[in-house]
Design a binder for this molecule. Structure first.
Ligand code: SF4
Length: 73
C-alpha cells in the first residue's frame, strides 16, 4: 500500500474552497469514500495511502471546523 502513498495537494479526493489555491498550507476536506465519514480536514502537505493522483475538487465549506461541504465526487 505504501506505493500509493501521496500528498493531498496532488490527490483527487482533496476538496478545497472555491478559488483556493493548491498550496502546502491550504486546508480542505478529504472526500475519499472510506474517509469522508470522518470529516478529515487536511492540509496540502498531509497525505495517506488512499491517495489517487488528480486535481482537487472545490466546494464552499470544505475548510470549516468542522467542514460543512458535501463531497463533490
Ligand atoms: S487524506 Fe489521503 S485520500 Fe484524503 S485527500 Fe489526502 S491523500 Fe487523498
Amino acid at each position: 500500500m505504501a506505493d500509493s502513498w501521496g500528498l493531498c495537494k496532488d490527490c483527487k479526493w482533496w476538496q478545497i474552497e472555491p478559488g483556493a489555491s493548491v498550496e502546502n498550507l491550504t486546508l480542505g476536506l478529504c472526500i475519499d469514500e472510506k474517509l469522508q465519514t470522518f470529516l478529515l480536514r487536511v492540509s496540502g502537505n498531509s497525505g495517506c495511502n488512499r491517495f489517487m493522483k488528480g486535481k482537487p475538487a472545490h466546494a464552499k465549506g470544505s475548510s470549516g471546523q468542522p467542514p460543512t461541504a458535501e463531497p463533490q465526487r
